[in-house]
Design a protein around this ligand. Structure first.
Ligand SMILES: *Cc1c(COP(=O)(O)O)cnc(C)c1O
Length: 426
């Protein structure tokens, strides 16, 4: 099926061939995949999707891939959890967690975009894949390059968390640690991409890469029984995920897979790096770059490539935005852990904290359904919570030592008893 017509400029609409291109030569607008939706409509239906593999490749008819054997066969179809305890804590009726922190090979939503980008890079015949990353993309590109048998060059800001560094190095890429912030790394990578001609997944392969994010939205709808939620809260770094979830929902509607598309898209960012939230709250489509200062390194992009399109997706869907400071981020991580048993990274803390804020502000009414996008795993950002946690109780391997430890801690004993004697889940 020739579902892809080519690429086209998102600004001036000028057509380009489906090649490793990303910027319009005439207006410098970003390029996007241009599909033949009337052809697609003849092929795509609910049954065909449901009969597909249990991975994001069940949506391959809606992705810009021709390859018969794509890599990343174990990406996607992450759990959508009906979060009753969290709903009770937030005092809202219906909360779902789309948990992209688990099941994926490198434990973040980035495996969606990278599965598509690296498969496309192979179709194009590249032998080296590369990326500029805030951490999770580094893990994912290195992992998928290993699976694909390609060489990888990964560029990161030098100050990343240990978990993100080890989680990259284990796949044996060339990891380049740059003395600068993400925006500086990204600028450098544009030059490297030009000079060395590699497949930079989020630079020259970006139009294809970005399409992978649509599957996050497709899955939410399919897992809800082909129903759209009223609200989705999405963490934003470059602003691509939120833009593409919205695009995915609109495509499902256009292809007749869902009867309506009334979801409101809400952007979540850290207060120390919130250029998209600031623009939305000010009602101005000019995104003013900032210098990031936040514990949430995975979202620390001060000059977001898709900020303007994220702004537009929020406007079109009648959503809104909010940010969370470092303290609120940790509180958000903790709330999700103690209510649902899910350990998310700082970006997940941002999402939970922002959802809480939007509910308190009345933007998300208490009787409407909301999906929280949990995009990364807490084991990768352990250092931010370590000092805030109650430490372990050290004892000798004897009952006497245990009794003594409990007796020495009057606060501890009653709490242990009361927790064991109440059932939390109703
Ligand atoms: C990259 C990332 C995002 C958001 O990515 P966009 O650049 O906005 O598409 C969200 N959460 C986590 C954990 C990420 O690593």
């Amino acid at each position: 099926m020739a579902k892809v017509k080519g690429l086209k400029c998102r600004e001036c609409g000028r057509p380009y061939p489906a090649e490793p291109l990303h910027v319009c030569e005439f207006c410098f607008g970003p390029l996007e995949v241009d599909y033949d939706y009337s052809r697609m409509q003849k092929v795509v239906n609910r049954k065909r999707i449901e009969a597909g593999p249990y991975s994001l490749w069940r949506y391959r008819d809606l992705l810009p891939i021709e390859e018969e054997n794509p890599i990343g066969s174990h990406c996607g179809m992450t759990p959508l959890l009906h979060a009753r305890n969290l709903a009770e804590a937030l005092r809202v009726k219906e909360v779902y967690i789309k948990n992209d922190a688990v099941c994926h090979p490198s434990l973040s939503f980035k495996d969606r975009v990278v599965a598509v980008a690296v498969t496309k890079a192979m179709e194009f015949g590249f032998s080296v894949v590369a990326c500029a990353s805030t951490g999770n993309l580094a893990n994912s590109v290195a992992a998928h390059a290993a699976e694909a048998g390609l060489k990888s060059f990964i560029f990161i800001p030098a100050d990343l968390e240990q978990g993100k560094i080890v989680g990259t190095l284990i796949y044996d890429p060339v990891l380049v640690s740059v003395d600068g912030n993400y925006d500086e790394v990204n600028r450098l990578c544009s030059e490297v991409a030009d000079k060395y001609g590699w497949a930079f997944v989020n630079i020259n392969i970006r139009p294809y890469y970005a399409e992978g994010s649509k599957t996050f939205g497709y899955e939410i709808v399919e897992q809800l029984g082909w129903r759209t939620p009223r609200h989705i809260v999405v963490p934003a770094a470059g602003g691509s995920l939120v833009t593409k979830i919205w695009k995915g929902l609109k495509e499902f509607y256009q292809l007749g897979l869902i009867p309506d598309c009334n979801t409101r898209m809400h952007v979540a960012q850290a207060a120390g790096c919130s250029p998209i939230v600031t623009a939305i709250r000010n009602g101005s489509d000019t995104i003013r770059p900032v210098r990031p200062d936040t514990i949430c390194k995975s979202l620390a992009i001060g000059n977001p490539a898709d900020g303007y399109y994220a702004f537009k997706a929020v406007g079109e869907s009648k959503g809104y935005a909010a940010d969370a400071n470092d303290e609120e981020i940790i509180a958000g991580m903790s709330l999700l852990a103690v209510t649902e048993g899910i350990f998310t990274e700082t970006a997940g803390g941002v999402t939970v904290a922002v959802a809480k804020r939007l509910i308190e502000e009345g933007i998300i009414p208490r009787d409407e359904s909301v999906v929280l996008s949990i995009t990364g795993n807490g084991l990768k950002t352990q250092e931010v919570v370590f000092n805030a946690l109650k430490p372990a109780v050290p004892i000798k391997p004897t009952l006497k030592s245990f009794d003594q430890a409990i007796a020495e801690r009057p606060n501890l004993a009653p709490e242990v008893v009361s927790k064991a004697s109440t059932t939390h889940r109703g």
